[in-house]
Write a new protein. Structure first.
Length: 262
């Protein structure tokens, strides 16, 4: 579906991405892990066409994304940034309906079907009750749920997310992850940057571990998320343990062991 091949990018003389290659298959959930400054967000921006690579290419269904029509690409790819602050106090319904923009006719007027799709996405994320409220009056966590609903309203083939749960409380983080996992099982591809290794263990089919602009490990979540790899990218002692949840259920967790300064 979407393929990154030998991608490199620099800001001036500072190399940010160095020979990155991977692909995302239909219905696959991939998480990208790495410390601050390792190139995760730059990678997403390059994949979305916001930045032009120094070398290599990003293709979607075999077509170079930097040569694609923006509207056609928007029908296939949705992006959820870390945060969103609108310049005007739109209602929540208006914000979510913006996700239908790539599908609208020349009149740019949403149809009853567009409104129905938006309401369904809002209901799925639990924000339909805020439909008439001003987006600017919502909490940070509520805003993020609205932006995710907007992305779902876009009905993309692939959803690219940059730390989508960063502003959410513990419960809502896993509510969002569960929704995303359900979408992946229904055939939507998910590519998500996260700073929480446990999120990757919870939902990812594959994990990309990045360090200094390079991929240092890529594969199934439990294979990539071993103690040496985690300790390398986060520069601290980390333990990976299986814990018993119930009689027939176990979970793998990532436990940081910071050095205690006396």
């Amino acid at each position: 579906m979407i393929r990154v091949e030998n991608l490199s990018f620099s800001y001036g003389k500072n190399r940010i991405l160095n020979d990155i290659s991977f692909h995302v298959d239909p219905g696959e959930y991939i998480c990208i892990l790495g410390a601050n400054g390792c190139g995760k967000t730059t990678l997403l921006k390059t994949m979305l066409g916001f930045l032009k690579p120094e070398q290599g290419a990003v293709t979607l269904y075999g077509e170079n994304i930097h040569r694609m029509d923006e509207q056609e690409m928007a029908k296939k790819v949705a992006y959820i940034p870390q945060s969103h602050n609108p310049p005007f106090p739109f209602t929540v319904m208006d914000v979510v309906l913006m996700g239908r923009t790539p599908h609208l006719s020349r009149t740019y007027r949403p149809t009853a079907e567009d409104v129905s799709i938006a309401r369904e996405a809002m209901s799925r994320l639990g924000v339909l009750k805020y439909a008439r409220k001003k987006y600017t009056e919502l909490s940070g966590g509520q805003r993020q749920m609205v932006i995710i609903a907007r992305a779902l309203t876009q009905q993309p083939d692939i959803l690219i997310m940059d730390e989508p749960t960063a502003s959410l409380d513990f419960g809502n983080q896993y509510t969002v992850l569960a929704h995303m996992l359900s979408l992946a099982r229904d055939g939507m591809s998910i590519l998500m940057v996260t700073h929480n290794p446990d999120h990757a263990l919870y939902c990812a089919d594959r994990v990309i571990a990045m360090q200094d602009g390079k991929i240092i490990n890529l594969g199934q979540a439990k294979q990539v998320m071993n103690e040496p790899t985690m300790q390398s990218i986060y520069d601290m002692v980390i333990k990976i343990r299986d814990v018993n949840i119930s009689a027939n259920s176990n979970a793998t967790v990532c436990i940081p062991v910071p050095e205690i300064v006396h």
